[in-house]
Design a protein around this ligand. Structure first.
Ligand code: GLV
Length: 326
């Protein structure tokens, strides 16, 4: 235990917390649900370090209230819950957990693609509801994955890992991303415009971070460009997709189906109309949720936090420019 005071906004795997406790005076939020913003705000004044999750909103006001805050460590690869420019202005390093969740998340994106294509969740409901009376030539017919065209929007680590899986299914892969044509080609894809991708893909999978530019990247106009047989997969962030436009497109048969690991808002309210659609598969933001990967994410978040307390460069820092400032 040292003089550093740290707050962790949820229970993490015990080995990670035990390691962290050796470096600081540790308080861990014990509830299943996240602490309210005001609770974190009330504590931050005496904190040296904050280890938070993507469910915690960390804004400039909270940073201002934390005059001793030396580090913010987010246990997630995404960091749209944190005002990064505000952290950089205050020279607070922010850590995230890239890399360790890439393959697990790509597995899950592909699992959603397969599940939506072959109507697996609908099939389970059909059996559970006692509708399975016979083998039938047309019941629950889905879409083929093998040999189909996959559109990847955003070709960072996770998008590229989804492309690897798609190659095993002999898919044609179209990519819309910031990478060069050559980089995309090396990964086995063809770089195309967003509109070309939407018009030609049987499956469209979203892998961009949420920013001002990607907010509602897929809305009415984009959905209207897609094939009526197309399936949309979102494992990025809920508001990359406009939920009202998605509902209309699914209801009117403008696209065939969607599979969402992420929604806007999260959690999705129980009376959200998307939940009433058979052609919309929704799961609760679990793409990185394997036991091993979540343990690695916790370890990385702890590594970042400890480095920040010691005044060392964070191993994975999302605002490294703070180290260049004089
Ligand atoms: C999960 O969505 C993450 O950003 O790690």
């Amino acid at each position: 235990m040292s003089e550093f005071k740290v707050f962790v906004t949820r229970q993490l795997p015990p080995t990670s917390l035990e390691r962290l406790a050796q470096h600081c005076d540790l308080e861990v939020w014990d509830d299943f649900l996240p602490p309210e913003y005001e609770i974190v705000l009330g504590k931050v004044g005496e904190l040296d370090g904050l280890l938070c999750l993507l469910t915690d909103q960390i804004d400039a006001a909270l940073m201002d209230a934390g005059s001793n805050l030396k580090v913010i460590s987010n246990m997630a690869v995404g960091f749209d819950n944190i005002d990064i420019p505000a952290a950089s202005q205050r020279r607070i390093p922010v850590g995230n957990t890239p890399g360790v969740l890439t393959q697990t998340t790509a597995d899950f994106a592909f699992a959603l693609l397969m599940a939506a294509a072959r109507r697996i969740a609908e099939g389970q409901r059909y059996v559970q509801n006692g509708h399975w009376l016979t083998w039938h030539p047309t019941v629950l017919s889905g879409q083929d994955v093998y040999g189909a065209t996959l559109g990847i929007i955003g070709c960072g680590r996770i998008g590229a890992a989804v492309m690897c899986r798609a190659q095993g299914f002999d898919m044609r892969i179209l990519v819309n991303s910031l990478e060069t044509e050559e980089e995309v080609r090396q990964l086995g894809g063809e770089k195309v415009s967003l509109d070309e991708l939407l018009a030609a893909s049987d499956f469209v999978s979203l892998h961009v971070p949420l920013t001002d530019e990607t907010h509602h990247l897929i809305s009415e106009r984009e959905l209207a460009k897609m094939k009526p047989t197309a399936i949309l997969i979102n494992t990025a962030r809920g508001s990359v997709l406009d939920p009202k436009a998605l509902y209309a497109a699914l209801k009117d048969g403008q696209i065939l189906a969607a599979a969402l690991d992420v929604t806007d808002p999260e959690p999705i309210p129980a009376d959200d109309p998307l939940l009433a659609l058979d052609n919309c598969l929704i799961v609760p933001h679990i793409a990185s949720a394997s036991v091993a990967t979540r343990a690695k994410m916790a370890e990385m978040a702890v590594d970042n936090l400890i480095a920040g307390l010691r005044g060392e460069r964070l191993p994975t820092c999302v605002n490294p420019e703070i180290y260049e400032q004089s």
